[in-house]
Design a protein around this ligand. Structure first.
Ligand code: NI
Length: 194
């Protein structure tokens, strides 16, 4: 199991455009991308997230992982009316939206913006075309949280975060908190290195 550090916004690495994964000549997924996907799942589960995009661990390739079952777990003591069920974890390589419909407001969070959340309006339903870990073209149709998660994670590949949808004021308040968090982490690390 390889846990990676999750980069915290507004680190500039989160604002970079990610490049499409180039498959092997025989159409299979390169071993380093398979290893990346495994690290991403490990890191996401360790952080109790429902999704993670490769740039969040500093890799600028178009890969996202999603497992909305973690949402059930986090919501265990809350109202379960919105909780999805029976959804398998999924890794998407080179995801592209081929359809979006409706709108849905969701209070989103992000592992790169720990402890913060904000209301974002997304498409209520979407269809995404992607390559799976076996190199096969696939598509997924999603609604509700899964639709939100897909749009949120794919935004990361274009250097965009949920905070970019918030008001300038709310965004600047969150940014100040995150800069302090980044400074605190750096200070802790310096202390430990002493
Ligand atoms: Ni995120």
């Amino acid at each position: 199991m390889a846990l990676k550090d999750i980069i915290i916004w507004p680190d500039p690495r989160l604002l970079k455009l990610s490049k499409p994964v180039v498959l092997n000549d025989d159409g299979t997924v390169p071993d380093d991308v398979k290893a990346l996907i495994k690290d991403m799942f490990d890191t996401m589960y360790d952080a109790d997230g429902v999704g993670l995009a490769a740039p969040q661990i500093g890799v600028h390739q178009r890969v996202v992982v999603i497992d909305i079952r973690a949402y059930d777990k986090n919501k265990a003591d809350d109202d379960k009316s919105e909780a999805p069920s029976g959804e398998a974890p999924i890794a998407l390589i080179n995801p592209v939206f081929s359809d979006k419909a409706g709108s849905l407001e969701w209070d989103e969070g992000c592992l790169s913006v720990p402890g913060e959340s904000g209301l974002v309006t997304r498409a209520a339903k979407c269809r995404v075309d992607y390559i799976d870990v076996d190199g096969k073209p696939q598509h997924i149709e999603a609604e509700g949280l899964k639709s939100v998660a897909l749009q949120h994670e794919c935004d990361h590949l274009d250097g965009k975060l949920f905070v970019d949808y918030l008001s300038t004021l709310k965004r600047s308040v969150i940014k100040r908190k995150m800069l302090k968090l980044i400074a605190d982490i750096a200070a802790d690390q310096a202390e430990q290195g002493r």
